[in-house]
Design a protein around this ligand. Structure first.
Ligand code: ATP
Length: 468
């Protein structure tokens, strides 16, 4: 078993395209940079990720509730949150090709190659715009095409659009840059319409948009993406923030390693440095995953104090205070925010699951059965034997009521197995002549290739156990 094979991003992209997980968007028109569509299998995988997140963090917790907020919100939301003023990345342009890059990414690449040329270590996370400009000039940092680049300037990532007004004029609105602000702007609604008491958290999943500068890391960084964000509100006088942050770190780790089955050796925590952290945050950690292109942020968790609610209270003129039901004390709660991109989870699970089984000469997607687009494949041994097809039909119909199941009757059984292995189907069920006699099927395991006979009556409970 070659567990150690490291796949390149191209390997992942190629499987994703070939088997219908992800397609470049608008490909018949030549595509659109940083934009992808999800194919039939990718759609199922995304739904599973989303549902598992919702189940673990919302449905099964007494202290959590969910929301579903708009992409278009009142534009003042983004002024209050600071996005209009300072939601930007440092942009540079190759002076010859005019391709655009993030200055911090070019510096990072330079440091990886030339850090020996520096008298003392430099961390790009600690650099502000002027430091980047100085560094690029001093060390003559070039673009990937070997050309000089322009001086870095702040490039705002918010997508601006407009809506018509009654008078026929247009007014500016923004496509949301994150889902979190919808939670803050509904804080008063939640207090007024539910019986929640601190500490409690609110989760929100949905599309966000950022006019990202970087290209070329597949679905890691796209213009349109899906976020799953939580704001966990608490009274800082009663709840210890360090412990709450630690609890959230543990919950995130548990979700990634246990629920999604990701290898711990590909995960690490990185604490933000004082310079890197937003001014209002007291502590921030990134849960990084070792992607084919290096260790990158998968999921961030930050203690944001009462900054956001205070900002919205000030800009809206509405009280966003919470009243303690026992003491009558009024105050603005503090928050801890765990924020993840569903598409980054998607790229991580594909990358982590890909396995070249050199012993059997096959490519396997060893996805956790919870994540697999199909939980089982049903095959009639021969498609020209009506009695086998009818028996297989029955098994399919019974299981499809409860699970995502796929049917395949093309080619020989060996090829069908290989085809299912590549898309991560954990179990193949073959209906053969023995089935007609004793109501058993062949249950073939994706990872070990082992085959056992299982009564049809037991399939449902076995599959249920497999995905629990
Ligand atoms: P990065 O440093 O990678 O740009 P960020 O720190 O700006 O990310 P946050 O604003 O904290 O990201 O967003 C929370 C999460 O949303 C990130 O951890 C990531 O998983 C996801 N995310 C952010 N931007 C994108 C994007 N352009 N495409 C896909 N996912 C994204």
């Amino acid at each position: 078993m070659s567990d150690q094979t490291r796949f390149t991003l191209d390997d992942v992209v190629s499987l994703a395209k070939r088997r219908g997980f992800v397609y470049p968007t608008s490909v018949i028109y030549g595509g659109l940079a940083n934009s992808y569509d999800y194919g039939p299998l990718g759609t199922e995988l995304l739904r599973n990720l989303r549902n598992l997140w919702w189940h673990e963090f919302i449905t099964t917790r007494r202290d959590m509730i969910g929301l579903d907020t708009q992409i278009l919100q009142h534009p003042e939301t983004w002024v209050a949150s600071g996005h209009v003023g300072s939601f930007s990345d440092p942009l540079v342009e190759d002076v010859v090709t005019h391709k655009r890059y993030r200055a911090d990414h070019l510096i990072e690449a330079w440091l990886e190659k030339h850090s020996d040329k520096l008298s003392e270590p430099v961390a790009v996370e600690n650099m502000q715009l002027p430091d980047m400009a100085t560094f690029i000039a001093e060390h003559q940092v070039l673009s990937p095409d070997g050309n000089p680049v322009t001086e870095p300037k702040a490039f705002n990532l918010l997508f601006e659009t407009s809506i018509g007004t009654v008078a026929g004029e247009k007014s500016v609105v923004y496509l949301r840059g994150e889902t979190a602000q919808g939670i803050f702007t509904n804080f008063k609604n939640i207090l007024d319409s539910t019986r929640v008491q601190l500490p409690f958290g609110v989760g929100n999943i949905g599309k966000s948009f950022r006019n990202e500068i970087t290209t070329g890391q597949f679905v890691f960084r796209t213009l349109e993406f899906e976020q799953a964000e939580i704001e966990y509100f608490f009274n800082p006088a009663q709840t210890n923030w360090q412990q709450t942050l630690e609890d959230w770190k543990q919950a995130m780790w548990q979700f990634v390693t246990h629920t999604l089955g990701i290898k711990e050796s590909n995960l690490r925590w990185r604490q933000h440095t004082d310079k890197e952290r937003s001014h209002y945050s007291q502590d921030t950690y990134d849960l990084d995953y070792q992607f084919a292109f290096g260790w990158k942020e998968l999921w961030g968790v930050a203690y944001r104090t009462d900054y956001d609610l205070k900002q919205h209270q000030e800009h809206s003129g509405q009280s966003l205070e919470y009243t303690d039901p026992h003491t009558g004390e009024k105050f603005i709660p503090h928050v801890i925010e765990p924020a993840v991109g569903v598409n980054r989870l998607f790229l991580m699970v594909l990358s982590d699951a890909l396995w070249q089984d050199s012993e059997r000469g096959r490519l396997v997607l060893r996805l956790s059965p919870r994540l697999a687009p199909y939980k089982a494949a049903v095959f009639p041994l021969l498609k020209n034997k009506p009695e086998l097809v009818a028996a297989a039909d029955e098994v399919y119909a019974k299981l499809a009521k409860k699970f995502a199941i796929v049917w395949d009757d093309r080619g020989n059984i060996g090829k069908r197995y290989l085809s299912q292995d590549e898309i991560g189907t954990p179990v193949c069920l073959t209906i053969d002549f023995q089935t007609l006699e004793d109501q058993t099927v062949t249950w073939r395991d994706r990872d070990t290739g082992e085959q056992v006979r299982v009564p049809i009556a037991e399939l449902e409970s076995r599959l249920t156990t497999m995905i629990e």
